[in-house]
Write a protein that binds this ligand. Structure first.
Ligand code: PBG
Length: 328
């Protein structure tokens, strides 16, 4: 039927660039991005990360130089991962992380926004995100939370703009909020890794941070604290709980496989929502590009657009530095 044919024409909206732009529902801006940065106490010169093309482990000095370049290129929001030399069971020393924070914030002040990842996985001998019992069979939630709150306070004193706990212990958002508020740091925000799944996509990151859980102990993966990837309800409940405890920003991690969670959270909370396009997701796209099976910028921008379409406000990507050039 003629009438039906007319109703079925969806292609008019795709005729040319002009109408496609007008019909486009989302635009991604370089302003949406956070660049993860690694600073490693054990190196004396910056090193390219083996499995993450274009990503470097920095010394504090090289980080300061890189940040200067970044600011000039309009890259101003960062998530800092410290890699301390010394690994312990408990009684960790945060001086390196605090000193990196102090130096970068005293050099660049409010021309950057610095979030600090807060977790113990790069501090512990066993690679877990918290303190374990003697037998190495379970993570001690409350001891871990207390430790993270004390660590967060030191980072806030060092000038951090935002504390981003990635450990997945219960109650850490509230404990960190209390510790910041009761010490005159109520202006320091928190970004919760709220829906963080026990994922196989963290491999390259753990290699850089030397934080793969030790396979010789009974607890040899993170499934007792990170989310089970079969579940939506636990993810939403955990995120809403963190919002209730005072998280300013909620994050879903990894990003691509969990867009259903992003979409649900974007309609159930009023908090800004971040996604972390993690190391394994980044490396997968880079590997396609390296084999000339896809264009690097198009692979990444397609993923980024999907994040925004699902409802994300903030994108944490190892390619954040490219965003300005690619999203013109
Ligand atoms: C753990 C932490 C992880 C990442 C950031 N913080 C993963 C993990 O080992 O569980 C992963 C980031 C990435 O893969 O890019 N505190």
């Amino acid at each position: 039927m003629e009438k039906e044919k007319y109703l079925m024409n969806q292609r008019r909206l795709r005729t040319n660039e002009h109408i496609r732009d007008l019909a486009a529902e989302v635009y991604v801006s370089h302003k949406d991005f956070v660049q993860p940065i690694f600073v490693d106490e054990s190196i004396t010169e910056r090193q390219e990360v083996k499995h993450l093309t274009g990503v470097y482990s920095e010394t504090i000095d090289s980080l300061l130089k890189q940040t200067e370049k970044d600011i000039a290129a309009h890259v101003t929001k960062f998530l800092l991962f410290p890699i301390p030399i010394k690994k312990e069971d408990k009684d960790f020393n945060y001086d390196f992380a605090v000193s990196a924070t102090e130096k970068i914030k005293s050099a660049f002040g409010n021309s950057i926004w610095l979030a600090n990842d807060v977790c113990l996985c790069s501090y512990t001998v066993h690679g877990h995100c918290g303190i374990l019992n003697q037998e190495g069979t379970k993570l001690l939630n409350d001891e871990t939370v207390k430790t993270l709150a004390a660590y967060s306070l030191q980072l806030a004193q060092g000038g951090s703009d935002c504390i981003a706990p990635s450990d997945m212990s219960d109650g850490r958002i509230g404990a960190i909020r209390n510790s910041l508020d009761s010490s005159g740091h109520n202006h320091v925000a928190s970004m919760s890794y709220a829906a963080k799944f026990a994922s196989s996509f963290y491999g390259p990151f753990r290699d850089v941070c030397k934080s793969t859980p030790n396979s010789n102990i009974q607890l040899n993966n993170r499934s007792t604290y990170q989310l089970d990837f079969r579940n939506t309800k636990d993810a939403i409940a955990s995120a809403l709980r963190d919002a209730h405890e005072g998280a300013d920003i909620l994050m879903v991690k990894p990003a691509g496989p969990y867009l259903d969670i992003v979409q649900t959270l974007s309609t159930t909370t009023n908090k800004p929502l971040a996604v972390y396009h993690v190391s394994g997701e980044y490396a997968a796209l880079e590997s396609l590009a390296a084999q000339q099976l896809g264009e690097r910028s198009l692979l990444h921008t397609e993923m980024w657009t999907a994040f925004k379409r699902a409802g994300a406000d903030i994108i944490i990507s190892y390619a954040a530095r490219e965003a300005k050039g690619w999203l013109r």
